[in-house]
Every structure is written in C-alpha cells, then in structure tokens.
Design a protein around this ligand. Structure first.
Ligand SMILES: [Zn+2]
Length: 407
C-alpha cells in the first residue's frame, strides 16, 4: 500500500456500500435510455482520459463506428463484460459508464482497490453502435449479433470473438435487456433481472466452466435479493449453438447472462441501471476475492423460471361494448407497444381469460369496457388491432382509459 492509498482508505473509512456507489458515481447525461454511440463516448470522455483506464479501438461496425474496449486493473483474473450487442438494450451500458467513473474516481476505496489488484476488467459498453443509432435490436444488415457467434459473419461478432481470444478471460458477463412482459414463475412478480449460466452443450451439463458461472450467478442473487427479491428469474438454459453466451462458455470463459427486464414506473430503466451497478460490482468483488466459490449454487437453481406472457393488462369480469353489437360478458386482454409507459394499446385475447396471466389484472365487475379500433381494423375486433378502451362505471363516468382517447 502506498501512503496515498492509506490516506485515501482512511478518508473512505470502511468503504462505501454498493448502494452508495451506485448513487455517488451515477454519471449525468444518460437520463434517457435511448442514446447513440456519439452521446455515449461524449459522456465517457472525462473518465477515459484517466491513466487508470486503457481505451482501445477493437473494431468497427458496418457503418464504420469505432467499437471500443475499456480496461482497468492489474490482477491475474481477467473479466470481460460486453453490453448492447442488441442496439435497443442500453440498461447495462449506462451501468458500465457508472462503474467506469467509480473505477477512475474512487482511488483508495477498498472495493475499488480489491478490483484493481485482483482483476483485469475489460468492458465493451456498446458492441452494436449501428443498432443503437436507430435504437433497434439488429446490426446494419439485419443480423442479430447474438446469433452470429458460430458463423462470425458480422464485424461486430468478429470483434467480440477476437477480443475474447486475445485476452482469454476466465469470466464473462453478457449484458442484455428483455421484454417487460415476463413473470418470475407462474403467478410471480414482474421480472426485474433474469440470470443464466448458459449451457455449453445439448445435455446442459455442468463442467468446471459452467459451474463457476453458476456460482457467480448465485452471488448475483445474494447481492440483489434485498433490492428486487421476488423479481429475479432464471432464464431458459436450452443450449443455443449460435449464441455468444453459450459459446463463450464452450470456449472456456465462465459466462453469466444478465437480462434487465422491467420495474413498474421505471420507463427509462434508471432503477434497473442502479441494480446493474450493484449486481455487477458485487459479482466482480466476489470474483476478485475468490468468495464467489463459496456461493450456494442452489440460490441460482431454485430461482423461478423466466415466464414470458402476452398481456400487460387483463380487464376481468366486465362487459364489452363495441360498435352497435350487443354487450358481451368477456374478459379483455391488452398489450402495449411500451409496457412500462403503457402507450400504444393493442387488443390481446378476448373471452374467458380466467387462467391467462397478465402483468396487471383489473377487476372490471360491474364496469363497461368501451372499445374502439384504430388504424386499418375492418370493423372487427381482431387480435393485435390498435385499440383504445374506456372503462366506464354504471353512471357513464370514465374510470380508466387505455390507448388513444376516443373522440
Ligand atoms: Zn439482447
């Protein structure tokens, strides 16, 4: 320990807890989850100048945008984190920005010093800048980069593979966002975070590499339970022979997939960004100290399954009114273009939906559901049609309203 480190350690006392870190090192300028390559690197500019961080151009996207990696630390254990290989999945990118700031500015903080001494961390905070430019999943020629790990036909996929081959990391974090219409097991809460230690073969066997990934995933469960207990799920572990997470595992890097789902009211995913910071720093710390190896794999194994559902809302027990047709006693399901902001309503299923799950069930007993179609619907209530719904009481007062307000 140098004198400066000792002084700083004293200043920081026992160190900040993860919640403090997520709060204190949050980088301003990324308040909307939609941002592009230029905005990202502008926001990162003050931190990547630091001698503590090495910035490297590791490739270019199809449209020529530079894909960059950030490295920190002097430890023997190498960890690779990559985010936004799907251009519209930006939550973890925001978290990596905050983590970068922490690594640059928190000199003397015990956590930061453990990471620096134990690990060499390499982060690729936006693997698909062309997709991010349009806030769309795929790259500029329509390839899903996460299905290109076997064929490596895209420059983005090749960039990630060659980086992996060069640094040969023992651990990896594959950082994504998933849809908001997902429950933690049947009847469970909306999934905030889904975790996966991907399989490396059809048999989904647990060799050393995957077993270590499972322990890291278990560490994440411990770190996040206090924050989002009941909202953590286990992602489907069927072997995906084209996907990066699965093949990283096969190539020898113990890899954990983290899918940021949704938290009600968190339309810009800023709460999930914070959750990512807490989870990732906790996992990195456990890897740096070796404590991850004492985790209980059952914490991961016993997570409820990540269950995709079709409906954001089901109005149950009400009476449907549509055009000149007679009223009908049916349940009405809806889904939204943006399930968190509840904008852009579409019709889901209609009928007896007693067993059909939804993120939110509304008891519409005694209420009237006035439905109108919009766009090119041909006078029928068709599945997925753009609709607006007014929920009215006996006396005609509007109780709730979804979709475009009818004229
Ligand atoms: Zn994704």
């Amino acid at each position: 320990m140098t004198l400066a480190t000792i002084v700083l350690a004293l200043l920081f006392g026992l160190g900040q807890d993860m919640q403090d870190v997520a709060r204190n090192y949050r980088v301003p300028g990324l308040d909307d989850r939609r941002f592009n390559h230029e905005q990202l690197w502008n926001v990162l500019a003050p931190f990547v100048d630091s001698p503590e961080i090495e910035v490297e151009s590791i490739g270019r996207s199809i449209h020529g945008r530079e894909i960059r990696a950030l490295s920190f630390g002097e430890g023997d254990t190498r960890v690779l984190l990559w985010s936004q290989m799907h251009g519209d999945e930006a939550t973890a990118t925001m978290a990596l920005v905050d983590i970068t700031r922490f690594l640059v500015e928190a000199e003397g903080d015990p956590l930061r010093e453990r990471l620096r001494g134990g690990l060499t961390i390499t982060m690729v905070p936006m693997l698909n800048p062309d997709g991010a430019e349009d806030f769309t999943r795929r790259n500029a020629i329509g390839v899903d980069i996460n299905r290109d790990a076997r064929q490596l036909s895209t420059p983005e996929g090749r960039t990630l593979k060659s980086l992996r081959d060069r640094i040969d990391p023992q651990f990896g974090f594959n950082l994504h966002d998933q849809g908001a219409r997902t429950l933690a097991g049947e009847g469970g809460g909306q999934v905030a975070i889904a975790l996966l230690a991907p399989a490396a073969d059809e048999a989904r066997s647990y060799g050393d590499v995957r077993s270590r990934a499972r322990l890291v995933a278990a560490t994440l469960v411990s770190a996040l339970e206090g924050e989002i207990g009941g909202h953590i799920a286990k992602y489907d572990d069927e072997f995906a022979p084209r996907a990066f997470g699965d093949l990283m595992q096969l190539w020898g890097t113990s890899t954990v997939l983290i899918e940021s789902g949704a938290i009600r009211g968190d339309a810009q995913k800023q709460a999930l960004r914070r959750i990512n910071v807490i989870g990732l720093l906790s996992a990195l710390d456990a890897i740096a100290t070796g404590e991850y190896s004492a985790a209980d794999p059952n914490l991961y194994e016993s997570l409820p399954e990540n269950e995709r559902i079709e409906h954001d809302i089901i109005l149950r027990g009400g009476t449907l009114v549509f055009g000149d047709d007679s009223p009908f006693s049916v349940d009405v399901g809806l889904w939204f273009d943006d399930p968190v902001a509840q904008t852009g309503a579409h019709l889901g299923d209609v009928g007896d939906l007693a067993e059909t799950p939804a993120l939110e069930s509304i008891d519409a007993t005694g209420l009237w559901l006035h439905v109108e179609t919009h766009g090119d619907a041909n006078g029928r209530l068709e599945r997925d049609a753009k609709v607006s719904v007014e929920v009215r009481g006996e006396d005609g007062t509007v109780v709730r309203c979804f979709g475009v307000a009818p004229e």
